[in-house]
Structure formats: structure tokens, C-alpha cells
Design a protein around this ligand. Structure first.
Ligand SMILES: [Zn+2]
Length: 582
């Protein structure tokens, strides 16, 4: 094709499926679906909206947010340069376009992701814009339609991008409570943190023909398992066969199918929701008023004024967090809690050894404890799948969280996982949706939830246990949207840049405390947790009690409201967050 003149290149394009040379106008008339082989080419958000909504009904929602580079992230290119490049090449302000419109006369709010913009990655601005679209749906009492296309969370915004999974999920939970329909349409590709939150925790999940969706990407799974993947792995038909989507829809039928679903659900909807709805306006006013968010005591351990040791390099902290001698959840259940009674099983056919949970006592009070379990020896680690939970582990955790709420028990979670299980069967069993459901459920769980990052807090697998009223973190733990090795492999020339990636990701406890992701840092003995487990347990117990007791007096509805504010602010107050890092 090198001989083709530029003008001709605009007139013709080559199908990625069958390599046919196609007349562009004809292709566009056919909704960018190849007339020869049926390949669905990727669509930008503006073209997608044009195809779906009624002509003349589109009203774009504001897309300008304050600039933010919360981590001052630099890999081979500074993050702001990448943003500028994405804006220039797409003409979009961010990786999502939000709007109100009608589809077949039915009013909806829409958020359409655009894969061309930094891989459709979920950063704070994208999360904030989708959340606002959901809030608009709540205000207007209309369904919300999400069109997803994303590689996952935006690494350059670190753990703050991870928080967006919770922020958007709680907005979807509010629509659920209000009896308003939420629909996601999976388009190619939908992966990672987007798959494990709002792409799959909506009422209805449609997959466009040719779309692939999963939590872990095929390349990662192949690398880790060293095995060939089954034919058609993670494709729309695979998802349908494994019970993960409601239907697979050809692009030409998508608008008609949405119209039919919107009409059907509208017919059955009561005029007023039986559940008292949240008041979005006053909710936002409260958010705008900093005084409404309870002031948190400053932690001397991170202020550097209490004789704390010199700041450790982030990569050293990563290695410490992964130390095989570090106390595990079962160790803490023995040393911090009393009378632990383990509860097993997801009630769907499995019991994941990487998640342990059950009832226990903390200073005489009954609590539900749920945590990732690693091990100290190779045999233990293998038996526990290195603390990487399968979908059945996440479903066991979900069952125990709901049980705790029903029994009025506070939930304490102990997070120590490299991430969720990146395997073929985990994907077959709906890893993304299992994580997504836990995140959503935690945003509305009517009982106190206290999370502690005790070792490794690895991406969505960690967040599935860490949407909490208070999030504590041991001094030498780490919490990150991606492993430093994974980040280095993507943004640097190779994995040997993991130490630089660890620094850029701001994954240490003091950094995350400054970013507001973590409320309190629990200091470890001067040597480290693995050298003095008894002293570590003593400090953790004191921190748990100090944080849990005040929560016990808060009425459940208030708890849920404050928890939502806690996660909502990662989108809304990014600029302030950045200032705090300086
Ligand atoms: Zn083709």
C-alpha cells in the first residue's frame, strides 16, 4: 500500500478481518462492519453516538475538568505529554464522551468510552465524567447506557485510577436502588478495571459481536500459565456460553435491541421508586463543602516528625511487602483476633483457598473477618494460589459480607494479594463480574467496613476487599493499580525498569496517605513486620480498635453515605489531592 496516495488512503481502507480493500463511504454506510466478512471495526465515541441515538436528540454533557497529573507520573514520556497527544489525535477532551439523548424516543444518559484515547483507560477524569453521567440519569430518572472500550485502569494515575472502579460502581448502585435501569454494551476490547466494575455490574450486559472482555488479558494469562488459550477465549460468544452476558448483538441490531429493552423496562417501572432515593443535589453540595467530610486525625508516622526512620525507597518497600516471612491473614487471625471460626464455600460449587473468612472476636466484639491468605513456604503458597483469589473466592467473600450485614457484624478485611487469579478458568467463571459485584456491594453494605492493606494490595483483586469506611495500611505494605513489573513492561522498554515504575506509581503507605487513598498508616517495628510479628500484631490490634469503635455508633444509612463521599472525592477533588502531594 506504500504506492497509495494520501487522498486515496482516505477513500479506501483495509479490513482487519479479511484484508479486503473497502471503499470508506460504503464501509461507513455499513456502520463500519465489513460487508465481506462481518468484522466489526472499532468505533470512536462520536461515531458510536451518531449510530445509536435519535437524530437531533443528542446533548453533550460538559467534558472539561481541571487538569490533573496526581502523581507527577513520568515514564519515558511525562503523562501530560501523552494526554496532549491523545487530545490532538482524537479531538476529544478525555477518553469518554457523555451525553443525554433519546433512543427510539426513550430518554437516556449515555457514557461512551473511546479506545483511541490512551487505550480508553480509566483515569480520575473518566471516572468523574461517567459518575456525573450516572448522576444525571438519577436526576432525570432515566436509564444509563454505558458503552465500554478500555484496556483497564490508567496506570499513570496509580491507585487513584483504581479508586474510580468504586466511584463509578457506587453511582450505579444508586441507580439500582432508585429502580433505574443500567445497561452496559461491551465493545472490543473491554479489560481490567473497567471489566471488573461498571462494564459488568449493570443490570443488563450486552456484548457487541466481535467484542472481547475479560479481567486479565490473553497475553498476561499466556505468560503466566505458559499454556495455549482455548479457541475463541474471551470473545462475545465465549462470554455468552459461560453465562457472563445477556446477549451478543450485531452492530446493525444494537440500536433496535436497546430500544426494545428500554421500552420493556419502562413499561414495568413504577411511577415512583419504592426505595427512597438519594438526593443528588444536596449530596453534591455536601461534597463541595469540605467540612462535611469528617476530619481525619493526622498520622505522625507519615509526617516524619515522630522519630520515624528515613523514607525507604519504593522498590525496597515492594520487596518487603512480598517477604515470605511477613505475617499472613491466618497469622493475624491467631494473634490479633480471638475465637476465629472459619466459614467455607461460595455456595456455587467451590471453596477458594486464597480467601479465608469467618467470625471472630476483636477485644470481645464479634466481627466478620475476610482476608487473602498467602503462606510462608512454597508448599503453602502453592496451596493458597499465592493469595490470588478465584471468582469463587470473591463470591465467598461476597456471601460473608452480606451475612455480616444481615447479622449486624462489622466487617474487617485484610488485604494481601498480588492480584486476582489470572487464569483461563477464572475468566470462564466470570472473574471481572465477581470483582465488580463485590466492589458495588461494599459501596452500599449497611454495616461498618474496615480494610487493612497488610502486604501486597494488587489492583482490582485488592479493591474487591478494600472499599471501606476506613482504609488502613501497614507501613511496609504496598497498594497499586498494577505491579511495578507489569507497569515497566508496558511503559518502559522492559521489566528491568520495575524499580523506577515502583517509584512513579506512588504505591507506598506514606504516598497513599497523602493522596487520601489510605486513612492511616500503621507503623511497623523498626526492623519490619516479619522480624517482630508479635509487636506488629499488637500495633495492628490497637489501630483496628481505634478505627472500628467510632464506626459502631454511626447509623448504617449514615455509614453508607459517608463511605460514598469517601470514594466520590477521588474524582471531584483531584486538584486538591495533587496539591497535597507537593
Ligand atoms: Zn472483512
Amino acid at each position: 500500500m506504500t504506492a497509495t496516495a494520501p487522498r486515496e488512503e482516505q477513500l479506501w481502507s483495509r479490513c482487519a478481518g479479511c484484508a479486503s480493500l473497502l471503499y470508506r463511504k460504503r464501509l461507513r454506510r455499513n456502520l463500519d462492519v465489513c460487508p465481506e466478512c462481518g468484522e466489526h471495526a472499532r468505533l470512536g465515541a462520536p461515531e458510536r453516538l451518531r449510530q445509536l441515538v435519535d437524530p437531533g436528540s443528542l446533548s453533550l454533557l460538559p467534558d472539561r475538568l481541571p487538569e490533573a497529573d496526581p502523581l507527577d507520573f513520568v515514564d519515558v514520556l511525562p503523562y501530560p505529554h501523552r494526554l496532549t497527544g491523545a487530545r490532538a489525535s482524537t479531538g476529544l477532551a478525555e477518553g469518554v464522551v457523555c451525553a443525554t439523548a433519546t433512543i427510539g424516543g426513550h430518554p437516556v444518559a449515555l457514557a461512551v468510552m473511546d479506545f483511541r484515547f490512551l487505550g480508553g483507560s480509566l483515569g480520575c477524569a473518566v471516572g468523574e465524567l461517567i459518575t456525573r453521567a450516572a448522576e444525571r440519569a438519577l436526576d432525570d430518572r432515566t436509564p444509563l447506557v454505558l458503552i465500554t472500550a478500555s484496556g483497564g485502569a490508567r496506570m499513570q494515575e496509580g491507585a487513584l485510577s483504581l479508586m474510580q472502579m468504586a466511584t463509578v460502581s457506587q453511582a450505579i448502585a444508586a441507580l439500582r436502588e432508585a429502580g433505574l435501569l443500567t445497561v452496559s454494551v461491551l465493545t472490543d476490547p473491554t479489560y481490567g478495571g473497567v471489566a471488573a466494575s461498571f462494564a459488568t455490574n449493570t443490570d443488563l450486559v450486552l456484548a457487541e459481536s466481535g467484542a472481547r472482555m475479560g479481567f486479565a488479558g490473553p497475553r498476561v494469562i499466556r505468560q503466566i500459565t505458559g499454556r495455549a488459550l482455548p479457541e475463541g477465549f474471551q470473545t462475545a460468544d465465549f462470554l455468552l456460553r459461560h453465562g457472563q452476558v445477556d446477549m451478543v448483538v450485531q452492530r446493525r441490531s444494537l440500536r433496535g435491541r436497546l430500544m426494545a429493552l428500554l421500552a420493556a423496562t419502562r413499561a414495568g417501572r413504577p411511577a415512583r421508586s419504592p426505595v427512597p432515593r438519594q438526593e443528588p443535589a444536596s449530596h453534591r453540595e455536601r461534597l463541595a463543602d469540605d467540612g462535611a467530610v469528617p476530619a481525619r486525625p493526622r498520622d505522625p508516622a507519615v509526617e516524619g516528625d515522630a522519630g520515624t526512620p528515613a523514607v525507604r525507597d519504593a522498590w525496597d518497600t515492594v520487596r518487603m511487602a512480598r517477604h515470605p516471612g511477613r505475617p499472613t491473614t491466618l497469622d493475624y487471625l491467631d494473634s490479633v483476633f480471638d475465637g476465629f471460626v472459619e466459614l467455607h464455600g461460595d455456595r456455587l460449587g467451590a471453596d477458594c483457598p486464597a480467601i479465608v473468612g469467618g467470625v471472630a472476636r476483636l477485644a470481645g466484639r464479634h466481627v466478620m473477618v475476610i482476608g487473602h491468605q498467602k503462606g510462608h513456604t512454597t508448599a503453602e503458597l502453592v496451596a493458597r494460589n499465592f493469595g490470588m483469589a478465584s471468582p469463587s473466592g470473591h463470591r465467598k467473600a461476597l456471601r460473608l459480607m452480606r451475612l455480616a450485614a444481615r447479622l449486624g457484624l462489622p466487617v474487617v478485611t485484610l488485604v494481601d494479594t498480588p492480584g486476582a487469579d489470572p487464569g483461563v478458568s477464572a475468566e470462564e467463571q466470570g472473574q471481572a463480574a465477581a470483582i465488580a459485584e463485590n466492589i458495588l456491594t461494599l459501596t452500599v453494605l449497611p454495616t461498618p467496613v474496615l480494610a487493612v492493606i497488610t502486604g501486597e494490595g494488587g489492583s482490582g483483586g485488592a479493591l474487591a476487599l478494600a472499599v471501606a469506611d476506613r482504609v488502613l495500611m501497614l507501613e511496609n505494605a504496598v497498594y497499586s493499580v498494577i505491579s511495578p513489573e507489569g507497569c515497566a513492561a508496558i511503559l518502559w522498554p522492559d521489566r528491568s525498569a520495575a524499580p523506577q515504575a515502583a517509584r512513579a506509581l506512588r504505591l507506598t503507605a506514606p504516598d497513599l496517605r497523602r493522596l487520601g487513598v489510605v486513612d492511616e498508616v500503621v507503623s511497623e517495628p523498626s526492623s519490619a513486620a516479619h522480624d517482630d510479628p508479635a509487636e506488629t500484631a499488637h500495633r495492628l490490634r490497637a489501630a483496628l480498635l481505634a478505627n472500628l469503635l467510632p464506626l459502631l455508633d454511626v447509623p448504617p444509612a449514615m455509614l453508607v453515605r459517608l463511605r460514598r463521599q469517601r470514594f466520590r472525592r477521588f474524582g471531584a477533588n483531584r486538584v486538591g489531592v495533587r496539591a497535597g502531594l507537593r
